[in-house]
Ligand binder design. Structure first.
Ligand code: PEP
Ligand code: CO
Length: 462
């Protein structure tokens, strides 16, 4: 349910909103949390009620930060150890979080699975694992098509619950700025539980192994004993020191009115921080150097992920790095490769070479999900487990061959037993997909597939 607020009264402007003409900025022009408004923008929802948009922006701006500037500073410091090859990042969570899934069991099972994965990876790599959830704010989605047509009716595409609703009706699909405030509160409730679990005794929140058999999968006995062993090991390891370090939060900085409202100047260093997450990333579709998202991101202190698909050039990537990290801070830039299993081998080595010769400090991560999306029967999107693991393993080999540290993996996953990606040990088949397909957007690895990925990562590390 959305929160209901009266927005008749517009309370004063925030963040010193400036009024330059479009395109009048260049790199040296003064940055403001709102200076992105002076640039062309991709993926921008059309809000019919501009007054309401401004009201909710102001309202959110007056709410407390979700994350403190001091936390972001120390997080960046922790990330700098990945630049030096001394740690590994596990980043993951839903493609699109849903308000409905802001439930204790869903969050707990995700964290539980994540901790188990961290345990397995840490043991195999001999590195501490930094855990970053795609959680507590991952509510906005970029879409390839602005409109969707069903039975001859055309409506705006679903863009994530911070913007509009997934139901195919005009009311639901109309962007509603009040959803930004709901998203803030759902993020806050989610983060509250994350922080509580972060500091609680891990042996207190055990969960039992519950092996699922899907209608089209092989018999349980084929994989039962392997999973039981894996689960026991992961369970044990997740409770060891390396895996119980705190989980940080991240999301795509897509909906700029919300990101702007959560941007605060810290009194200690007079710098600007996006206080809605420890880390944010820019997506493949919004990372244009001359457009609004990069303008916004160049002004904040948070570590920034840059999603890189198969078409990015070395030149663009270098320009992005220089623009987002002019002072060459370590732990600031995370390059998230998502090229697809058939392409990574051709494209990645050249990118690595040019960054190496530029002497920029970056963290290299692999998102083996977004380059490997396929259409299955009945309109479902899926991903084959083998494509995901292939791209991840190729990434590790390519980086190691170049003498560069493979810094982490970025996954779309859940602690639930969904049937969205095919394959894995339980052999989820195309026929099984509809059985428990619950994602609001892209297909996620389920709990067992997530553990298996962590296991395979470790197995292929050396
Ligand atoms: C995502 O991470 O959900 C996403 C949309 O990624 P990309 O921008 O890389 O397509
Ligand atoms: Co996605």
């Amino acid at each position: 349910m959305l929160l209901s607020y009266d927005y008749d009264v517009i309370i004063g402007k925030h963040n010193d909103i400036s009024h330059h003409k479009k395109g009048s900025y260049n790199q040296s022009t003064l940055w403001r949390p709102s200076s992105w408004k002076d640039f062309p923008i991709e993926q921008n929802p059309h809000y019919p009620d501009k007054c309401a948009l401004e009201y909710f922006q102001n309202n959110i701006h007056n709410h407390p930060p979700l994350v403190l500037a001091s936390e972001i500073r120390s997080f960046k410091n922790i990330l700098s150890s990945v630049t030096e090859g001394k740690a590994f990042i596990l980043q993951g969570g839903d493609c699109a979080e849903s308000f409905n899934n802001c439930q204790s069991t869903v969050i707990r099972d995700f964290m539980f699975t994540f901790n188990q994965m961290a345990g397995l990876i840490s043991q195999a790599t001999h590195l501490p694992v930094i855990k970053i959830g795609r959680i507590a704010g991952q509510y906005a989605k970029p879409r390839s098509n602005s409109f969707e047509t069903q039975n001859g009716i055309e409506l705006p595409s679903f863009r994530g619950e911070i913007i509009n609703g997934a139901d195919f009706s005009e009311k639901s699909r109309t962007p509603d700025p009040q959803r930004m405030l709901s998203a803030y509160h759902y993020s806050s409730a989610t983060l509250n539980l994350i922080r509580a679990i972060n500091t609680s005794d891990p042996t207190e929140y055990q969960s039992r192994l519950n092996i699922k058999v899907y209608p089209g999968s092989t018999e349980q006995t084929h994989y039962m004993s392997f999973l039981e062993d894996l689960y026991k090991t992961a369970n044990y390891l997740s409770q060891k020191e390396n895996a119980i370090k705190p989980m940080y939060i991240s999301h795509e900085a897509l909906l700029l009115p919300y990101e702007e409202a959560m941007t605060r100047k810290d009194s200690k260093d007079n710098k600007w921080y996006n206080c809605s997450a420890h880390m944010v990333w820019v997506g493949e579709r919004t990372r244009d150097l001359k457009k609004a998202h990069i303008e916004y991101l160049r002004g904040i202190e948070n570590p920034i992920g840059i999603k890189c698909g198969p078409n990015i050039t070395s030149d663009t990537l270098l320009k992005l790095i220089k623009k987002l990290n002019p002072s060459q801070e370590k732990g600031k830039i995370v390059i998230i490769i998502r090229m697809g299993t058939g392409v990574i081998k051709q494209k990645l080595p050249a990118l690595i070479k040019s960054i190496q010769s530029s002497r920029e400090f970056v963290i290299w991560m692999i998102d083996p999900m977004h380059g490997n999306t396929k259409n299955a029967k009945e309109g479902y999107k899926t991903r084959y487990f083998t494509d995901i693991t292939d791209e991840m393993i190729q990434f590790i080999h390519i980086l190691k061959e170049a003498g560069v540290h493979p810094g982490g993996v970025h996954l779309e996953m859940t602690g639930l037993d969904v049937t969205e990606c095919t394959g894995g040990i339980p052999e989820i088949s195309e026929e099984d997909i509809s059985y428990r397909y619950q994602s609001l957007c892209d297909p996620r690895l389920n709990r067992m597939q997530s553990l298996e990925i962590a296991y395979l990562l470790g197995k292929n590390w050396n």
